[in-house]
Design a binder for this molecule. Structure first.
Ligand code: SAM
Ligand code: DTB
Ligand code: SF4
Length: 325
């Protein structure tokens, strides 16, 4: 049953269950809506890199931190579609284009992104964008171009958010998410674990997502990639069991959503990643680069999936109307 009336106490009780019971419930929820042997492969491309005016404390692309990352102008449609074709050939069915903008610009740059979305859809892939804040008109134009999903993360609980970002509010993010929802594009919204937040903050994020009606169709759970020069570079790594508990809790609270084991896999063991799949994660990013940081090589991922007797989904999972097959 899909619920939207979760309380923090209920989510806490689930998260704190003995691990065998938590995994059993997560598996049961997973199997009610998804093939437990298949994961969706997605690919990321940074279409506009660096020099972002925001101060997100985790992010290598903020202009405020010395991370050694250059600034690159918006890629061409041709370069982007070349990367998308390559991603498709490597097994990805969803292509996500990320830009280091506070908000999507108006004018020729936006038109170029619209062309990219059209081109990715023509390849038969799901198209996702993450461009910062959007106006309603921009969301509608992306919808018209066939955009499958828009990624805009809440990142953490409303209470902890101010420790991480000061240049835009939680409400700004909720407003953009509402515009995406209104446009008919599906919502991709999640957060980051390992920024120094409490367990209550992790569950506060899940509560925010699980109280939305409908739930975000896609929920990326990132483990912080600690980048030298960012304020969060010295955070302690998150243990695999702790991380899997968050995945399982998200899976139980939002059973029909795709829960994505997103950034941070390079630092996880094979066993840690396997536990995340058993806890209900059913998507990973493929390819050696996320936006600006490294990701496991495809040979590693092929090895892991084959050892688990699992496989990549051959077909896209999300249709533009928001229904999942
Ligand atoms: N600038 C746009 C925005 O912030 O909405 C889009 C790109 S931004 C890089 C997309 C998401 O990547 C962020 O919301 C954050 O959750 C995630 N992210 C960024 N840096 C990360 C890091 N070092 N570790 C894990 N996730 C990260
Ligand atoms: C999301 O939640 N994770 C992806 C995607 N949405 C855009 C981004 C991860 C970025 C990790 C840091 C980097 O490579 O720059
Ligand atoms: Fe900019 Fe997005 Fe990075 Fe924040 S997460 S600094 S908005 S690119």
């Amino acid at each position: 049953m899909i619920r939207h009336d979760w309380s923090l106490q209920e989510i806490r009780l689930i998260h704190d269950l003995p691990l065998p019971e938590l995994l059993y419930r997560a598996q049961s929820a997973h199997r009610a809506y998804h093939d437990p042997e298949a994961v969706q492969g997605c690919a990321l491309l940074s279409i506009k890199t660096g020099h972002c005016p925001e101060d997100c404390a985790y992010c290598p692309q903020s202009a405020r931190y010395e991370t050694g990352l250059g600034s690159e102008p918006l890629l061409s449609v041709r370069e982007t579609l070349r990367a998308a074709k390559n991603a498709k050939a490597n097994g990805a069915t969803r292509f996500c284009m990320g830009a280091a903008w506070r908000e999507a610009p108006e004018g020729p740059e936006f038109e170029r992104v619209v062309e990219m979305v059209r081109g990715v859809r023509e390849l038969g892939m799901e198209a996702c964008c993450t461009l910062g804040m959007l106006t309603q008109d921009q969301a509608n134009r992306l919808a018209e171009a066939g955009l499958t999903a828009y990624n805009h993360n809440l990142d953490t609980s409303p209470e902890f958010y101010g420790e991480i970002i000061t240049t835009r509010s939680y409400q700004d993010r909720l407003d953009t998410l509402a515009r995406v929802r209104r446009s008919g594009v599906t919502v991709c919204c999640g957060g980051i674990i390992g920024m120094g937040e409490s367990i209550e903050d992790r569950l506060g994020l899940i509560l925010q997502l699980a109280r939305q009606d409908p739930h975000p169709e896609s929920v990326p759970i990132n483990s912080l990639v600690r980048v030298a020069g960012t304020p969060l570079a010295g955070q302690a790594p998150v243990g695999g069991l702790e991380f899997a508990r968050v995945i399982a809790t998200a899976r139980i609270a939002m059973p029909s959503s795709i829960v994505r084991l997103s950034a941070g896999r390079l630092e996880m063991s094979e066993e840690g990643q396997a536990l995340c799949f058993l806890a209900g994660a059913n998507s990973i990013f493929l390819g050696e680069r996320l936006l600006t940081t490294p990701n496991p090589a495809s040979s590693e991922d092929e090895g892991l999936l084959s050892k688990m007797g699992m496989r990549l989904c051959e077909q896209p999972l999300t249709t533009v109307s928001g229904s999942q097959s």
